[in-house]
Design a protein around this ligand. Structure first.
Ligand SMILES: NC(=O)c1ccc[n+]([C@@H]2O[C@H](COP(=O)([O-])OP(=O)(O)OC[C@H]3O[C@@H](n4cnc5c(N)ncnc54)[C@H](OP(=O)(O)O)[C@@H]3O)[C@@H](O)[C@H]2O)c1
Length: 114
């Protein structure tokens, strides 16, 4: 059975390349992002190089602490992870707040991975 790996913000950019690398090494990779279409195309790309279990996409907006907690609960009931890549990160040039009323960069970069 493949060991499990999760890559947040894994449907594009550095996260997608990381997910593909893990899948090439036989990990069952879960990528997390907000957009389902990006998720679907990421899973197709990852599947093309995977040597272990099929990859999957889970939707979550990691700027929302409710969605972070729901994602964590979903993953936790499935058992331990071998690899967690906390790749999510953002830098907002204008001050803005999340749905929880927290400054967005702090929420996404620090609270969400924690
Ligand atoms: N690229 C660089 O030169 C560079 C340099 C230093 C550090 N970094 C850091 O490396 C990490 C990845 O960078 P990158 O350039 O690969 O970024 P990127 O291309 O902008 O990453 C996009 C990924 O982030 C997801 N994402 C964005 N906001 C999200 C949210 N609120 N919740 C869930 N997923 C979200 C996107 O999916 P959806 O749009 O579907 O949500 C997509 O999977 C970031 O932490 C970045 O700060 C990058």
């Amino acid at each position: 059975m493949s060991e499990r790996a999760v890559v947040t913000a894994g449907t594009g950019g550095i996260g997608l390349e990381t997910a593909k690398g893990l899948a090439r090494h036989g990990f069952a990779v879960t990528v997390v992002g907000r957009n389902a279409d990006r998720g679907t195309s990421a899973v197709e790309e990852i599947s093309a190089v995977a040597t272990g279990a099929a990859p999957r996409f889970l939707a979550a907006d990691l700027a929302s602490l409710d969605q972070v907690r729901a994602l964590a609960a979903h993953l936790a009931v499935e058992g331990p992870l071998k690899v967690l890549v906390n790749n999510i990160g953002a830098m907002f040039t204008q001050r803005r707040q999340t749905v929880d009323g927290i400054e967005s960069s702090f929420a996404v970069n620090h609270l969400s991975p924690y």
